[in-house]
Design a protein around this ligand. Structure first.
Ligand code: C5P
Length: 419
C-alpha cells in the first residue's frame, strides 16, 4: 500500500448507521484518532441498538448525537457539517445509502448528509443480496456520479451466515480512502480552469443542424470536480441536457465559432485549459436562414467545410497555460493520441475509445488512457465520469502543475459552501 499522509488535524464526522458492522466503527474511530484526526460521532437511532453512544463518547472524548431534536441546539446538522473536513459513514446500511441517494432527510445522519458540502466517504456493509439489488446498484451509481466516494464492500462470510459481497471494507482501505479524499480538498485552489464541454451544433437551415453524440457529461464532471477542489472555473458548453454545475460560471454556446470566441475571450485569464468538447469538425458551408422546403432540397446546403480547431489555435497563443486535450479515437488509440498531443503542442491528453457499445461518447462511464507530454501512458479502468474527472485532476496536478502539493490540513480551515 502506498505511503499516505497522516490525518493530523483533520476534522472527521463519523456517522454510524444500524448494521451489525457498527462494532467495527469503534475500532475505526480508534485508528482515526490514533492517526491524529479529531473525530465527532453521530448515530442513527438503530445504530444505538448495536453499540451504545457511551462507547463512542468515551473513545472520541466528545458528546455523541443521535436525534434531530435532542439537545438545545437548533439546526445541529448544519453546524456539524460546516465544522467537518470530511463526513465518513461507517458502516453505511442499504437504507442510509438509499436515503442519501434520494435526498431523504428524516433523521440526523440523513439530514446532515444532505447538508454536507465537504467530501463524503461511505463504507457499505450489508447482506450480499441487498448490495446486489438493482435499487441499491442504481443508488450507488447515482452517488458516485455526484462525487460521493462509495467504497466496495468485501467478499467473505457475512453475518447472515452466507458467503458473499457485503463485508465492511478492511480498515486500511477506509483509512486510505479518507486520506485520499482529504488530500483532494482545495488542492486546485488558486487555479483558474477553463473547460469546454458538449457537442457543437452547426445549422443547415433554420430548423436543422449537424451535431454529434457528445453528452457533455465528461466536461461537466471536470468543471464540477475542479470547483469542488477549490479552482475558479468557467465552463463553455455546447448544447446539452445537463444542469450547470454549482459554483461554476457556465457560458452556453451553439456553434464551433461561438465556442471559439468564448474560449478565446477567457484564455488569457485561465491557468489550465481542459478541452473536453467534441467540437464539430465540419459545418454546412452555406446554411439557409429559412427552413428549406422538402421539394426544394438539392443537397447543396450539406456541402461541408472545416471548422476552426479551437485547441490548436489557443495553443499557438499560449503564454503560461497548461493545455489538456481529449482525443476521441476508434483505432490505434495510443499512436493517434500521441500524434495529437504533439501536433497541438499539449501538456496532457486523455484518449477515449469511441467505438463499441461502451463508447466514451454519451455514456455515464468511460475508460481512458492518460498521456502526459513528459511521461508514460497510464491506462485508467472504466469509471463513472465524475470519478474519472477526479482521477484526471489528480494526474494533471501531479504531472503538470508547478505547485502540486495539497495545502496542509492545519492551514486549511476555511470551509467554502459552494452554491
Ligand atoms: O483533432 P481532434 O479533433 O481529434 O482533437 C481533439 C481535441 O481538439 C479535443 O480536445 C477537442 O476539444 C479539440 N478540438 C478543437 N476544435 C476542433 C476540433 C477539436 O478544439 N475543431
Amino acid at each position: 500500500m502506498s505511503e499516505r499522509r497522516s490525518l493530523r488535524g483533520a476534522r472527521i464526522l463519523l456517522c454510524v448507521t444500524g448494521s451489525i458492522a457498527a462494532y467495527k466503527a469503534v475500532s475505526l474511530l480508534r485508528a482515526l484518532t490514533r492517526d491524529g484526526a479529531e473525530v465527532s460521532v453521530v448515530m442513527t437511532p438503530s445504530a444505538t441498538r448495536f453499540v451504545t453512544p457511551l462507547t463512542f463518547e468515551t473513545l472520541s472524548g466528545r458528546p455523541v448525537r443521535h436525534g434531530l431534536f435532542d439537545g438545545a441546539e437548533t439546526m445541529p446538522h448544519l453546524r456539524a457539517t460546516d465544522e467537518a473536513d470530511l463526513v465518513l459513514v461507517a458502516p453505511a446500511t442499504a437504507n442510509c445509502l438509499a436515503k442519501c441517494a434520494l435526498g431523504v432527510a428524516d433523521d440526523l445522519v440523513s439530514t446532515l448528509l444532505l447538508a454536507a458540502r465537504c467530501p463524503i466517504v461511505m463504507t457499505p456493509a450489508m447482506d450480499g443480496d441487498m448490495w446486489e439489488h438493482p435499487a441499491l446498484v442504481s443508488h450507488v451509481r447515482a452517488m458516485r456520479e455526484r462525487g460521493v466516494v462509495v467504497l466496495e464492500p468485501e467478499d467473505g462470510p457475512l453475518a447472515s451466515g452466507l458467503i458473499g459481497k457485503g463485508r465492511f471494507p478492511a480498515e486500511p482501505t477506509v483509512m486510505e480512502a479518507v486520506a485520499a479524499c482529504l488530500d483532494r480538498r482545495r488542492d486546485w485552489a488558486g487555479q483558474r480552469v477553463l473547460v469546454s464541454a458538449g457537442p457543437t451544433r452547426e445549422p443547415i437551415d433554420a430548423v436543422r443542424f449537424v451535431t454529434n453524440a457528445s453528452s457533455g457529461k465528461m466536461g461537466y464532471a471536470v468543471a464540477d470536480a475542479a470547483a469542488r477542489r477549490g479552482a475558479d472555473v468557467v465552463l463553455v458548453s455546447g448544447p446539452t441536457a445537463l444542469a450547470p454545475p454549482t459554483g461554476v460560471t457556465t457560458v452556453d454556446v451553439l456553434t464551433a465559432d461561438e465556442m471559439a470566441r468564448e474560449m478565446e475571450a477567457r484564455f488569457a485569464w485561465a491557468t489550465v485549459l481542459v478541452m473536453t468538447a467534441a467540437v464539430g469538425d465540419f459545418r454546412p458551408r452555406r446554411p439557409s436562414s429559412v427552413k428549406i422546403k422538402k421539394h426544394d432540397w438539392d443537397g447543396a446546403p450539406l456541402a461541408l467545410e472545416r471548422t476552426p480547431d479551437i485547441l490548436a489555435s489557443l495553443s499557438r497563443k499560449r503564454t503560461h497555460q497548461i493545455l489538456v486535450g481529449f482525443a476521441a479515437e476508434s483505432d490505434n488509440l495510443l499512436d493517434n493520441g500521441r500524434k495529437k498531443l504533439r501536433q497541438k503542442d499539449l501538456d496532457f491528453i486523455v484518449i477515449n475509445r469511441v467505438t463499441g457499445a461502451d463508447s466514451a461518447l454519451g455514456g455515464d462511464t468511460s475508460d481512458a488512457i492518460f498521456l502526459p507530454r513528459h511521461g508514460q501512458a497510464m491506462p485508467v479502468e472504466r469509471l463513472p465520469k465524475r470519478l474519472l474527472a477526479d482521477r484526471l485532476l489528480d494526474t494533471v496536478r501531479d504531472q503538470c502543475l508547478t505547485h502540486p502539493s495539497a495545502p496542509a490540513l492545519e492551514s486549511n480551515r476555511e470551509i467554502r459552501r459552494i452554491h
